[in-house]
Design a protein around this ligand. Structure first.
Ligand SMILES: *[C@@H]1O[C@H](CO)[C@@H](O)[C@H](O)[C@H]1NC(C)=O
Ligand SMILES: *[C@@H]1O[C@H](CO)[C@@H](O)[C@H](O)[C@H]1NC(C)=O
Ligand SMILES: *[C@@H]1O[C@H](CO)[C@@H](O)[C@H](O)[C@H]1NC(C)=O
Ligand SMILES: *[C@@H]1O[C@H](CO)[C@@H](O)[C@H](O)[C@H]1NC(C)=O
Ligand SMILES: *[C@@H]1O[C@H](CO)[C@@H](O)[C@H](O)[C@H]1NC(C)=O
Ligand SMILES: *[C@@H]1O[C@H](CO)[C@@H](O)[C@H](O)[C@H]1NC(C)=O
Ligand SMILES: *[C@@H]1O[C@H](CO)[C@@H](O)[C@H](O)[C@H]1NC(C)=O
Length: 689
């Protein structure tokens, strides 16, 4: 496709510049709100919005985004389930195709307004696997307040919203000079004394009771199915990445779009009866990964157009592969067993959550020290102080099921847990706070090595799954079964999958035939047959004995444990009897210990690659020319879907996704332990183990 967006926008801007220069009223630099904030690291949300809002809707771009999403959603297994989710998730009811049709026929005053509508339509699926983003706008800036909040429980057991006790410490370290902006914005009696706000009780937010604001955020934030978890995400929390311990400001104090200008707060300053009123502005900080710009046209050209990773590629369009168009190439002999052994793929099930990517460091005094042997990247091991617990207690902090090396994470988990045993641990806390998932087989592995070889872990330690069998997916599989993926590079290759009885599907099997027809919320849908294990035998030998008694395993988090983290936690809780704990949830709201179970998640480039690459052996019909095939995105867009859904444990005929995962315990956070991992683990161990 030929695309001349740059010239279109330049014309738009020349028009504005021309109009202002002839009238001689407006300085031409002000006519371009993107030029006005070029080179600025910190801007007001309003300034950022003016730049974002200055691009008119381009009908071709609008049609492109709607078409990509509408066609790509055929690969999202949950579309019809999400028309109306069952209790306890009945607040999820989105007809996403209907919403896209509405957006398509509606006029918007700017491309940014259109963008917001599109993002919100997908957020209403409340599914962190199925999202739409455009890096032209989303997370280009992060919009901050210097006062992350926490939901704390007092001595009488009553919960109140507070400014996090560590707020000033974190903000002064992270924001440096910019803090002065907020210091100066405080009312006279507090000016320059931002520190006094740390720990303050929040009596009202924008004139309403704090939980009215928490709820409003929970209604629109998307990502996690449980309402309680979405409330928890309003507050600050911690996490562990490969690089180190991180602090998350939460949805109140860090937002990925510059939509809110300020917040009016009524506060009770700590240990005093003084009531303070503060009107604090939000400030937007430019992401370090953004390409600099000088004016609107370079802003657009550098940040808003598709990059070389936005779309998929034809993996077979390599110089060394001769494609004689129109003719079916000789099919090489492929020994399915050999290919299976050679090409083990590490499929992922994980959230894409821009709000988690800020990498703000947890202050040293809150960070667990001296991790034990086996600790590596996202997996960190500790022993709790013997004086704290009756029985020696080991801790595994697992911040993610993803890592730069699958093998290292796999061996780290085994080495670390074995080492905890050597250190004498008799019970185990697994902290999966803010763990958004990752490798499916690492989830199975961790379950298997903790629980040992049993009926619930061998031959499969996870859930059986199904993928959606849309007409285009069926065509892709038909092509691959006919030889279109000789190197077994594609997801739909039967050589990746096993039947429900855990025997391999042969490479020439058209495995989506016949599709399994199912009526979901009154709509006819089609799925694959049930798929079995994909991880065993593991690439590393698991121990012959359980490493821990699962009844002495406690899994704790803020509820935001998703995807592969859900696969692990659900197996441990429902099959092995592990205890699940949500830390810091609202006491009268049911807490789920995980959500967004999925089965496998993929992004748009994966879908696009399946379509583009599976055409090799066929002159017609080429998948990419099929009327159901999405075109390439022309914008800097990201989109993902749930490609497979795991079947449930309690109800094995329905997806686990919308089955109940009630936490055994909703553990209160007090001012002395909030966001301090060791203090939380010790309190949990003392109380529950
Ligand atoms: C941005 O910075 C560059 C180099 O630092 C400078 O040449 C340019 O004029 C600046 N642009 C604006 C709009 O301030
Ligand atoms: C989405 O796709 C469906 C099925 O192909 C089609 O009927 C519908 O018109 C499309 N909607 C939009 C908004 O393009
Ligand atoms: C927030 O939502 C919960 C759950 O729906 C509800 O029980 C509570 O009353 C709401 N609180 C406020 C202040 O609206
Ligand atoms: C925008 O900036 C680029 C490079 O700095 C320049 O070449 C172009 O003429 C500018 N466009 C407008 C409309 O000012
Ligand atoms: C994609 O673009 C980036 C940045 O321009 C470049 O570093 C990278 O090599 C490119 N990758 C491919 C596969 O072309
Ligand atoms: C940790 O591992 C190192 C190297 O393998 C070993 O020398 C050391 O003794 C181990 N420490 C403990 C406490 O097990
Ligand atoms: C263990 O507890 C003792 C006594 O309370 C304390 O001095 C020590 O620092 C603690 N050790 C760790 C590793 O927390």
């Amino acid at each position: 496709m030929k695309w001349h967006l740059g010239s279109f926008l330049c014309l738009g801007y020349l028009g504005v510049a021309w109009a202002s220069s002839t009238s001689n009223v407006v300085d031409s630099s002000y006519a371009d709100p993107c030029a006005a904030i070029a080179n600025e690291t910190w801007v007001s949300p309003q300034e950022a919005r003016k730049c974002f809002g200055s691009f008119p809707v381009d009908p071709d771009i609008k049609a492109n985004i709607i078409e990509v999403l509408n066609k790509s959603l055929a690969f999202h297994a949950s579309v019809n389930y999400q028309r109306q989710a069952p209790p306890p998730f009945e607040d999820i009811h989105e007809d996403v195709h209907g919403d896209l049709a509405r957006i398509s026929s509606q006029d918007y005053s700017s491309d940014f307004d259109l963008h917001l509508e599109t993002v919100h339509a997908l957020k209403r699926l409340v599914d962190g696997h199925c999202f739409y983003m455009n890096l032209c706008y989303d997370s280009l800036y992060t919009t901050y307040l210097p006062i992350p909040l926490a939901l704390l429980t007092d001595e009488l057991g009553v919960q109140h919203v507070h400014v996090a006790p560590e707020a000033f410490k974190i903000s002064s370290t992270e924001f440096g000079e910019e803090l002065k902006f907020w210091q100066d914005a405080l009312p006279e009696e507090l000016r320059g004394k931002l520190e006094l706000l740390s720990g303050a009780e929040v009596l009202s937010i924008d004139g309403e009771t704090p939980f009215a604001t928490v709820n409003a955020s929970a209604v629109q934030t998307g990502r996690m199915q449980a309402f309680g978890t979405r409330q928890n995400m309003f507050f600050s929390s911690y996490g562990r990445t490969e690089a180190g311990w991180v602090y998350h400001f939460g949805d109140f104090a860090a937002q990925s779009l510059p939509l809110k200008d300020s917040v009016a707060l009524t506060l009770r300053i700590q240990s005093g009866s003084d009531i303070a009123f503060a009107n604090l502005p939000y400030r937007s900080r430019l992401s370090s990964s953004v390409e600099p710009w000088t004016n609107a046209s370079t802003f657009w050209a550098n940040n808003c157009l598709a990059t070389n990773s936005t779309n998929g590629v034809n993996l077979y369009a390599k110089p060394n592969v001769v494609v004689d168009s129109g003719e079916r190439p000789q099919q090489p002999f492929i020994d399915p067993a050999l290919v299976r052994a050679r090409l083990r793929k590490h499929h992922k099930n994980e959230l894409f959550d821009a709000s988690m990517a800020q990498n703000i460091e947890l202050p040293a005094e809150m960070t667990p020290s001296s991790p034990l042997n086996g600790s590596s990247g996202v997996a960190q091991f500790y022993m709790l102080n013997a004086s704290v617990t009756d029985a020696p207690t080991g801790v595994l902090m697992l911040g993610s099921f993803s890592a730069s090396s699958f093998n290292e994470l796999q061996s780290s988990l085994l080495d670390g847990l074995k080492n905890l045993k050597t250190e004498g641990a008799e019970q185990l806390i697994v902290d999966v706070t803010n763990n958004g998932g990752g490798y499916i087989c690492i989830a199975h592995w961790l379950h298997r090595i903790i629980a040992g070889p049993r009926g619930t872990t061998v031959p499969q330690a996870g859930l059986q799954t199904q993928t959606r069998a849309s007409p285009l997916a069926q065509l892709i599989v038909k092509h691959i079964a006919g030889g279109a993926d000789p190197e077994n590079l594609l997801l739909y290759n039967p050589l990746n999958w096993e039947y429900a009885n855990n025997t391999p599907i042969p490479g020439e099997e058209d495995w989506l035939q016949p599709p399994v027809r199912k009526t979901v919320n009154g709509v006819e849908d089609m799925f694959s047959q049930r798929l079995g294990d994909e991880c065993q035998p593991f690439e590393m030998d698991p121990p012959a004995e359980p490493l821990f008694d699962s009844n002495k395993v406690v899994i704790i988090s803020n509820g935001r444990c998703a995807s592969s983290c859900s696969l692990f936690s659900i197996s441990m809780a429902k099959r092995e009897g592990a205890t699940t704990v949500v830390v810091g949830g609202k006491d009268d709201v049911p807490q789920q210990y995980c959500g967004v179970v999925g089965g496998q998640s993929i992004r748009f480039p994966n879908i696009d690659t399946e379509i583009k690459a599976s055409e090799l052996a066929f002159s017609a019909p080429l998948c990419r020319d099929h009327t159901l095939a999405p075109p390439d995105f022309i914008t800097n867009s990201l989109h993902g879907v749930t490609w497979r859904l795991g079947f449930g444990i309690d109800d094995p005929l329905e997806p686990e996704e919308w089955q109940d995962h009630p936490a055994d315990v909703n553990f209160p956070l007090t001012a002395d332990i909030v966001n301090k991992p060791v203090a939380i683990w010790e309190r949990v161990a003392k109380t529950l183990l």
